[in-house]
Write a protein that binds this ligand. Structure first.
Ligand SMILES: NC(=O)c1ccc[n+]([C@@H]2O[C@H](COP(=O)([O-])OP(=O)(O)OC[C@H]3O[C@@H](n4cnc5c(N)ncnc54)[C@H](OP(=O)(O)O)[C@@H]3O)[C@@H](O)[C@H]2O)c1
Length: 324
């Protein structure tokens, strides 16, 4: 009798977990944190610097953090768009005032300008509690057709840009013995995929850099939160790198695509921040299940990945399918 009860309890738990996985849009730890952990409102008053805040996920995150009462630094290259985001924050959320949101235009590739940007922020707010390295560009191009210049551009923006800015922000956090660095990677930072080789490489590299910092920053109370989104609605396909240097893909996402809403992604990132989680997967299925498979059964996941990826790769190579 006891054994039957135990077995049925275990089966129930297993079925519930499988259902939670199928219908979820994030990993189980993040789900748990959203249900029972600290809400993003606990970030009220924190000084948070969001790069790539002029569109997409960064813009959505700026709104969610403004709603939570954070003081914000908004950065990207397009100052006009940043001012639009700031205006929206002030109009929508009464908890933030004009002086609580600072627009700091910044090109992540122009590393020589980063120190000046950090100085501007420190002069205004005196501290930085959290840096969200979100800015980045995706890519659509086959590996062999991609020029090495594109590989370099991708690394310069997606990897060295965040590393450079973090190196300059970190001393201020270390001095105060507190700080959080959020890195918006991708599920493409966890496993490979056809047609986005340079992007995958640049996102995988982020994990190496920041997982090392996680260990070195521990004594100074520096928390690293790696965020791995799956497909999310944004302007990512407009700006994505292609095969040749200087090109943008120029494609609009269609509303029918299986992607997460931008504000939902922002909410989940904000939960990951307020709960100071180590790494989160923010994605619908099938990518979410593939993350689990790749994490716990890499050999099986690679076999599936190669099989499915090959079919798509051959079609693209033959010109019978597009990469987006
Ligand atoms: N959307 C997705 O499906 C998805 C999935 C996984 C991961 N991600 C990651 O999420 C992050 C945000 O992307 P998104 O999807 O929100 O795309 P997005 O709408 O195109 O936003 C990209 C942001 O990065 C900024 N940026 C681009 N180049 C820059 C540069 N040289 N210097 C400073 N800022 C720069 C852009 O602003 P300016 O043009 O004004 O500079 C923009 O604010 C990226 O790291 C991306 O890899 C996205």
């Amino acid at each position: 009798m006891m054994l039957e009860l135990l077995v049925s309890a275990l089966v129930t738990i297993f079925v519930v977990q499988v259902l939670r996985l199928i219908f979820s849009d994030c990993d189980l730890t993040l789900q748990w944190a959203e249900m029972f952990g600290r809400s993003p409102e606990r970030l009220k008053g924190k000084v948070v610097w969001v790069t790539g805040a002029s569109s997409g996920i960064g813009e959505g995150l700026a709104y969610r953090l403004a709603e939570a009462g954070c003081r914000l630094i908004l950065s990207a290259r397009r100052e006009q768009e940043l001012n639009r985001v700031k205006k929206n924050c002030l109009a929508r959320y009464g908890g933030v005032q004009e002086g609580d949101i600072l627009v700091v235009p910044l090109d992540l590739v122009q590393r020589g300008t980063h120190q000046q940007a950090v100085d501007t922020v420190i002069t205004h707010f005196k501290q930085i509690d959290c840096l969200v390295n979100n800015a980045g560009r995706s890519q659509r191009a086959l590996w062999l057709r991609t020029s090495l210049e594109v590989d370099k551009e991708c690394l310069e923006l997606n990897t060295l840009g965040p590393v450079s800015l973090t190196k300059l922000v970190l001393p201020h956090m270390v001095q105060r013995k507190q700080g959080q660095v959020v890195v918006v990677s991708s599920v493409a930072g966890k496993f490979g995929a056809p047609g986005i080789g340079s992007y995958c490489g640049s996102k995988h590299a982020l994990h190496g850099w920041f997982e090392s910092l996680r260990i070195e920053g521990y004594d100074d109370n520096i928390k690293i939160t790696m965020v791995c989104p799956g497909p999310v609605f944004s302007d990512a396909l407009k700006a994505a790198f292609t095969e040749e240097r200087g090109e943008g893909l120029g494609v609009e996402m269609r509303s029918s695509e299986n992607r997460m809403a931008t504000d939902r992604c922002a909410q989940l990132i904000a939960v990951a921040m307020s709960n100071r989680l180590d790494e989160v997967w923010v994605s619908r299925n099938p990518e979410l299940t593939y993350c689990y498979l790749f994490q716990y059964f890499p050999a099986i996941a690679r076999k599936i990945g190669v099989r499915l990826g090959q079919t798509r790769y051959r079609k693209v190579k033959a010109g019978n399918a597009s990469l987006h």
